[in-house]
Design a binder for this molecule. Sequence first.
Ligand code: SF4
Ligand code: SF4
Length: 176
Amino acid sequence: MLQDLPTRFRADCGRCQALCCVALNLKPENGFPEPKPPGTPCKHIDTRRMKCGIWKEREAHGFTGCAPYDCFGAGQLVSKVMTKRGMKWPKLDPATADRCYDDMRRLMRIHVMLAYLHAGEVEDPSLLANLEAIVESYTRTGFLPPPDQVIRMLMMHNASVIAIFKAAGGGIIPQD
Ligand code: SF4
Ligand code: SF4
C-alpha cells in the first residue's frame, strides 16, 4: 500500500530546495494560472529562502496545483546531493542548474515508479532492481547514468509512469 511506503518516498519539503517550483513544467490544465517552462523559477518563489512566497494565499492566486503535487521523495534526494556539493539553485551557473533540474525531473519519474513497485502495484523485479541501482548510484556519486540510458529506460515505461502518476493524483507531469 502506498501509505506504508518507506519515508524516502514521501516528499519532505522542509529538506528541499523547492525544486518542483523551479524544475518542472507547470501547465494551466494542471492547476496553474499560466504556463511556466521547466527550469524557470515560479514567479512566487522566495529565492533567498528557496520556499514558496505565497503558500497560504496560493489558491487565491490560482495555484491550485501546488498542494496535490507529489515528488515521491525525489526533491529532497536531489536537494541533499546538491547541498552536499555546496550547490543552491539560485547561485548556480545556467548549465549546472539545468543539469540539476534535469536530475530532478528524471529522478521524480524514477521515484514514482519505485514507489509503485514497492507498493506492489507493478510487478517487475528486474525494473525495480535497475531503478534502485540508479538511485543508489546517484545518492553515492551525485551523478545519474548518461541521460540516454535513463531516458531509454523511462521511455520504455513512459505510459505506465504517467498512468500511475495520474492514479496517484499527481498534479504535474514533468516533461523531459
Ligand atoms: S520537490 Fe518534493 S520535496 Fe521538494 S518542495 Fe516539491 S514536493 Fe516538496
Ligand atoms: S505558487 Fe508557490 S508552491 Fe506553487 S509553484 Fe509557485 S512557488 Fe511553488
